[in-house]
Design a binder for this molecule. Sequence first.
Ligand code: AAL
Length: 434
Amino acid sequence: MKRAIIFCLLTIILNACNNKKIVPEVVESQSAFPLFLEDLNPERELSAAMKRSFNDYEAPRLLDNELYTNFKYTKLEGFDYNNGDGTITRRDPSKIIFENGKYYVWYTYRHTPTEPKGYANAHDTIPSKDWDLCEIWYATSKDGFTWKEQGVAIPRPPKPNPGHRSVSTTDILKWKDKYYLYYQAFSEPSGKPSTEEKGVTDKCPIAMSWSNSPDGPWTPSNEVVIPFGSKNEWDNRVIHDPSPFIRNGKIYLYYKSGLGKRDANNKHWDCWGLAIAEQPEGPFTKHALNPVMNSGHETILFPFKKGIASIVGTDGIEHYTIQYAEDWVNFEIASTTKLIPTAAGVFSPDAFTDSDNADGITWGLAHFINAGNNWSKMYSTLGRFDCDLSQSTNDPSLKKSNILYPNELYFKQSLTKKQRERIAKENNQLLESK
Ligand code: AAL
């Protein structure tokens, strides 16, 4: 405790120092940086890296940083995948809520006669992608490890309602004792070749259904609640991954879209927006500062203290970071991490409490795509992750950074034939130049 007080005082002093407009002189000489932080001279000149340690992060050391964690994973009981033949998928789980003495989770469920066969082969019963021809199903659990599948929550609605092709990638909102599921509502198979530029489309807006019970029945609004942006606006192409929360008595719904031309890796720029409404059915007003996040094809959000935190997943210049926005709009990097859960739904007790001191999270469910390691039999499974991003939890074994991966994992990332040829050419050029 004494060290924590000293550290806090030190941080305050250092921030005060750094906030003063001191024009950094060329530091001729100063005493060496001390062995213990409590001996640090608050007037000391610091390098950029050491300034970041005290200014940019909650603490210069991981164990003291509430917004750093490593992750542990556990396979789930209770879900069947037809021996991994690609006909059954479960993916993109929602946040988890605790009601009626048990946990609830909703997810994208596909059960089709065949595995996904691409847009060109898609048909009324043949999926183009893993998330095509899907419904929203749900499951319950007493412990978060063994789950009982309850069946369909949101079926595909009849044409021409949005989602008649597929409903997927849902999240839950509890608002004034009613329940709302927001989800991607496809009216065409995902993967349609794009007319504007190379790549394919994954075009869907966001629809919503509501219920008086987490067990349903669910009534579809049969309307788009988060529309595409207009042509030439950043979120014109897709509106993905709806993630609703309650803040200041309003609904804060984060969503993902993708802007810019696809790059050499066929990726567009995944960014996240925020839309705010007074009522669950909208109207939602998109924030003027959108996009509010610059990375993360798969990003996990949860209220933390008075703000909101995000675990930024695959893709983007700030992927594999944990970020925090005290104002729920301007995100700053709080830590970097690794082996993060993909497309996860977290058990976030404060998701709907509108708390100004949200505790954070310790577990959730993630998805694992290509679960059979055979892209021609593509399907995904759900798994559990545990972490320590909680003020009330203190688990040093979840604050480690030196997580060693199996050596064979490195060698699985092997050079292509083309890369070996480039290297050989460079070698020969060097040899010939001597
Ligand atoms: C997911 C999400 C959206 C996409 C597809 C299913 O990871 O980004 O939901 O449409 O992939």
